[in-house]
Design a protein around this ligand. Sequence first.
Ligand code: AQP
Length: 327
Amino acid sequence: MRIFSGIQPTGAKHLGNYAGGFRQYAATQEQGEAFFCIVDLHSVSVPYDPADLRERTLDLFALLVATGLDPDRSTVFAQSHVSAHAEASWLLSSVTSFGELRRMTQFKEKSESQEFVSAGLFTYPVLQAGDILLYQTDIVPVGIDQRQHLELTRDVAERFNSRYGETFRLPSGVYPEIGAKIMDLQEPEKKMSTTGGTEQGTVYLLDSPDVVRRKFKVAVTDSGREIRHAEDKPGISNLIEIMTVSTGDSIDGVQSRYDGQGYGAFKSETAESVIALLEPIQARFREIRDDPGELRRLLALGAEKAAEVSRPTLESMYERMGFVRLG
Ligand code: AQP
């Protein structure tokens, strides 16, 4: 089975990325041949700092390994190192409609907050479709916010297959049962996010224990006193999900453990569970990040493997679309 997922290098990675991304990557790599892509080309679709992008790309590679990816077992690479991604994106843009892209919720949300809305922000889902399809992917472990992009990927693949002949396998999204959408601690009706959330409500994977404690202490809770996962209790439900993600316990397990206890104790114990989850990740991260030479060596290894695996699919695309190939 082929597994593929991508993650952007810009912005500090947060607990939502851990729940919907990192945690699933480490678990799914055991199920087959896995490809995890640092999608640096995606990152330039919104304003960014070039020096920061360079550092964050190495940070993210180290974080992927620190959260459990084994670069000898899985292919971990940067998108810009494999030119097939940019090429596939252009070819697929001819089978993607303007109307489809205009319906993308993420585009609508992100373009509202930008003064300069780049064409890249609009066409980004086509690049993402290419990322996934180039690897003949069966499953894509992601958070629920990516569902619409994944559906678009399937539609684009089907359209290409019916126009030019069977070329792509149709990928399925895999969303975690719990933690597929971690919410902002300050505004629990909004997802925890790099660009759209609040600073106090976003728990970063590299936050110190004191910062984590402070963020949970001031987390918004709901009226009432019960620690119960329910639609009318978005703040507490989010904290319960965070605790299940960090301890591996079930929702029922957390609810019964805190039955009859106050919000204060529950919030501080959720913070401690997150600290216990993050401490070993942060220690491994520091160790790996300390050796940029080794990081570059591993990135080169990943790029070589990814280029080799994606090349035949890209070639089929060119051939079926009628381009003259030089052999
Ligand atoms: N709040 C979330 N809960 C669960 N999963 C989430 N993901 C993102 N937010 C949550 C998942 O993380 C993976 C990587 O996403 P990305 O590459 O889009 O990284 P990002 O840009 O840091 O993610 P954000 O925070 O969502 O950024 P914005 O809001 O700026 O676009 C994906 O699998 C995603 O589903």
